[in-house]
Design a protein around this ligand. Structure first.
Ligand SMILES: *[C@@H]1O[C@H](CO)[C@@H](O)[C@H](O)[C@H]1NC(C)=O
Ligand SMILES: *[C@@H]1O[C@H](CO)[C@@H](O)[C@H](O)[C@H]1NC(C)=O
Ligand SMILES: *[C@@H]1O[C@H](CO)[C@@H](O)[C@H](O)[C@H]1NC(C)=O
Ligand SMILES: *[C@@H]1O[C@H](CO)[C@@H](O)[C@H](O)[C@H]1NC(C)=O
Ligand SMILES: *[C@@H]1O[C@H](CO)[C@@H](O)[C@H](O)[C@H]1NC(C)=O
Ligand SMILES: *[C@@H]1O[C@H](CO)[C@@H](O)[C@H](O)[C@H]1NC(C)=O
Ligand SMILES: *[C@@H]1O[C@H](CO)[C@@H](O)[C@H](O)[C@H]1NC(C)=O
Ligand SMILES: *[C@@H]1O[C@H](CO)[C@@H](O)[C@H](O)[C@H]1NC(C)=O
Ligand SMILES: *[C@@H]1O[C@H](CO)[C@@H](O)[C@H](O)[C@H]1NC(C)=O
Ligand SMILES: *[C@@H]1O[C@H](CO)[C@@H](O)[C@H](O)[C@H]1NC(C)=O
Ligand SMILES: *[C@@H]1O[C@H](CO)[C@@H](O)[C@H](O)[C@H]1NC(C)=O
Ligand SMILES: *[C@@H]1O[C@H](CO)[C@@H](O)[C@H](O)[C@H]1NC(C)=O
Length: 552
């Protein structure tokens, strides 16, 4: 998911950003470089780890993580930068449907910020939002643990959460974080790992599958997927010009790269950026694991469907349909041109129930976005690659995204019979009847560019703050990337998860891992707070329960 673009927040964020810049010890600028692949302090926690990633019913991907030893499912999101969990103080139907962070448990690793009075609020581009307060907890993801990690304790929300997913783990840059903008030293989870030098190398890797066999690797890449390092294509991340009170440096904001072309069956099109000037006439694509779809601007998407005979726009959300037996590859190229191929089963959403010969398809077209991000390549794209997200290092290395193709670019297009049997086995029919008339392409007015300042933001630029500590030595981002120097992990482990209805879900990997129960602290069985008559009684009941557990 991508956070609603709020220009008003920038002033505050940049004050914070400048404070961090000024606080950076000068010793770090010339300090001894550490050997790549070694942890800063060998006695600190695991320097890399790997966790299963599963597909939820709504098309998002989640990991099981621990907040104060309590296990939760959290959706992965590279389009936002905050970690939040619904708490027991949230009683809206969207919160009570999932396991909640139990505030009455008084987790020993919970740390209040400003007497729970620093408010937290996120609004996502789909119109939903969550609010609450900011606090700190010990957070463990993929066996990598961080104490005092700032997170949003959600007390009110209308975000639709399904499949026992209790919140979102935003993996974006600090500059995008609402929490970082409002609380002191409250970097997002991955920024904390990078800035504190906790990981062997400040990267994460994502393998997404349609079942529970995907992985999130922290500080390493999953070599059970990446088998030929020389096929990883590296792309510089785009920085964005400063706005608000910061006036003289740009910085990293989105996991966004330049898209050089897109193609249907090999017929290439050059994307037409909404704001050609500030983006050096290149189109910007956000890679977002939190978006279960592909989105592009009307001027590009209209041309793309021009390559599909009998395709048409079917609603004002920018949805197109194509004949279900269309047989064509769709591909996207970045930078120097390596193209990544999507087969029909990658980009077709499914047949329309009222018109079963017509299939809804990605991409959808979206109105111009003031941040200049024209394309959002979500999970239909990210499933076709292994993606490596390199956070960048202050003073030495820009952020980069490595893409390793999982589809065979030279294989012939999937035959339409195979596509048909795929969608019938998936029962992926979309409950919709299409209009029986042609819709015209809507027109939108283009807002002023949101990052319109005279300070240039040049792809791949080296910045001095907010990335990984400069005690790392660079591996990526130099002319010759030595990918084999990156830490490597393989496979994952067996994770037994008990859902709140008692159902046990397993994902089988190589190493075994203890089972977890979602939303319940180990050894604790406290009731939800709103079912209890009073605070005093709550406390005594809790003490009794905890004591009872200890005796047993
Ligand atoms: C390394 O770990 C030891 C033991 O936990 C701790 O005392 C020390 O402060 C750590 N050093 C750094 C630089 O984090
Ligand atoms: C903050 O919230 C925690 C968890 O509910 C609670 O234990 C603590 O007493 C609260 N602090 C204040 C000052 O309200
Ligand atoms: C969610 O709540 C926000 C804030 O109360 C409101 O502006 C928004 O319209 C709501 N969205 C939906 C989809 O209910
Ligand atoms: C998790 O880390 C601990 C030590 O911190 C280690 O003993 C254990 O093997 C790790 N588990 C996995 C699955 O990596
Ligand atoms: C899960 O998906 C992967 C990749 O799509 C596939 O190779 C694997 O066989 C699937 N595993 C199961 C158990 O369905
Ligand atoms: C790895 O990929 C490179 C570049 O595509 C290719 O030249 C090489 O033959 C591949 N190596 C193996 C072992 O497949
Ligand atoms: C930006 O401003 C800071 C603080 O005023 C100053 O130290 C730095 O030299 C300036 N950088 C540039 C490139 O002008
Ligand atoms: C951008 O590129 C397009 C297509 O190559 C070209 O027609 C246009 O003149 C360029 N615009 C600018 C501002 O360079
Ligand atoms: C794409 O190419 C295949 C043959 O490789 C052909 O069967 C198909 O009709 C083409 N599709 C489109 C939309 O051009
Ligand atoms: C990719 O497809 C081509 C053409 O069908 C085939 O010759 C080649 O072996 C395939 N490569 C892999 C790695 O499957
Ligand atoms: C940026 O601002 C200048 C002056 O305010 C204006 O002339 C220019 O058109 C703006 N550029 C964009 C892309 O909005
Ligand atoms: C790449 O890194 C590996 C592991 O650190 C090292 O053995 C190898 O010599 C390096 N290769 C080059 C070309 O630097």
């Amino acid at each position: 998911m991508i956070v609603l673009f709020l220009v008003l927040n920038f002033a505050l964020q940049f004050q914070n950003a400048l404070a961090v810049t000024l606080n950076l010890p000068t010793s770090l600028q010339s300090g001894p470089a550490m050997l790549a692949g070694q942890a800063l302090n060998s006695t600190t926690s695991t320097a890399f780890g790997i966790s299963p990633v599963s597909l939820a019913d709504d098309g998002t991907y989640y990991v099981v993580l621990q907040a104060g030893q309590i296990s939760f499912r959290a959706a992965l999101d590279t389009g936002s930068a905050d970690f939040w969990l619904t708490s027991t103080e949230c009683t809206t139907s969207s919160c009570t449907a999932v396991p909640r962070y139990p505030l009455t448990y008084a987790s020993p690793t919970f740390v209040s910020i400003n007497n729970n009075d620093t408010s937290f609020k996120v609004s996502y581009a789909d119109g939903t939002g969550a609010s609450g307060f900011v606090a700190r907890e010990t957070v463990e993801v993929a066996n990598v643990s961080v104490a005092n990690q700032a997170f949003g304790v959600v007390t009110n929300s209308n975000i639709t959460l399904v499949d026992e997913v209790s919140g979102i783990l935003g993996l974006g840059f600090s500059r995008q974080s609402e929490i970082y903008a409002t609380a002191v030293n409250a970097t997002p989870f991955f920024s904390t790992l990078a800035e504190q030098g906790i990981l062997d190398y400040p990267i994460f890797g994502l393998s997404l599958t349609r079942n529970a066999t995907g992985t999130l690797a922290l500080g390493a890449i999953d070599v059970s997927v990446v088998q030929n390092f020389s096929q990883v294509v590296w792309n510089e991340v785009m920085p964005f010009s400063p706005v608000g009170t910061q006036t003289n440096t740009s910085g990293y904001f989105y996991w966004a790269i330049q898209m050089s072309s897109f193609a249907v069956n090999g017929t290439e099109y050059t994307p037409q950026p909404t704001y050609p000037g500030p983006t050096d006439n290149s189109s910007i694509a956000l890679l977002d694991v939190g978006t279960p779809g592909l989105y592009g601007p009307y001027q590009d998407v209209t041309r793309l469907y021009g390559s599909f005979p009998s395709s048409r726009l079917v609603d004002d959300s920018g949805q197109w349909v194509i004949p279900c037996d269309s047989s064509a590859t769709m591909s996207f190229s970045f930078g120097e041109g390596n193209s990544f191929v999507l087969e029909p089963t990658d980009y077709i959403i499914g047949p329309a129930e009222g018109n079963p010969d017509l299939c809804l398809s990605w991409p959808k077209a979206s109105p111009p976005s003031a941040d200049g991000v024209d394309w959002i390549l979500g999970t239909p794209f990210l499933r076709t690659v292994y993606s490596i997200w390199s956070y960048g290092i202050d003073y030495v290395e820009p952020p980069m995204i490595g893409l390793y193709p999982r589809n065979n670019a030279s294989a012939p297009v999937e035959p339409s019979a195979a596509v048909e049997s795929f969608f019938s086995s998936e029962s992926a029919t979309i409950a919709t009847t299409l209009p029986n008339y042609l819709l015209s392409t809507p027109t939108y007015t283009t807002s002023p560019y949101a990052f319109n300042t005279s300070v240039p933001a040049v792809s791949g630029e080296i910045v001095q703050s907010e990335l990984a500590t400069s005690t790392y030595s660079p591996i990526i981002g130099t002319l010759a990337v030595n990918v084999t120097a990156l830490p490597q992990v393989s496979g994952a482990y067996t994770l037994l998860v008990t859902e709140t209805n008692g159902a046990i879900v397993t994902s089988t990997y190589h190493i075994s891992q203890p089972s977890v129960t979602l939303g319940v602290p180990p050894g604790w069985s406290g009731a939800a707070p709103h079912n209890l008559p009073g605070v005093g009684l709550t406390i005594s009941i809790l003490i009794a329960l905890v004591a009872g557990t200890c005796i047993l």
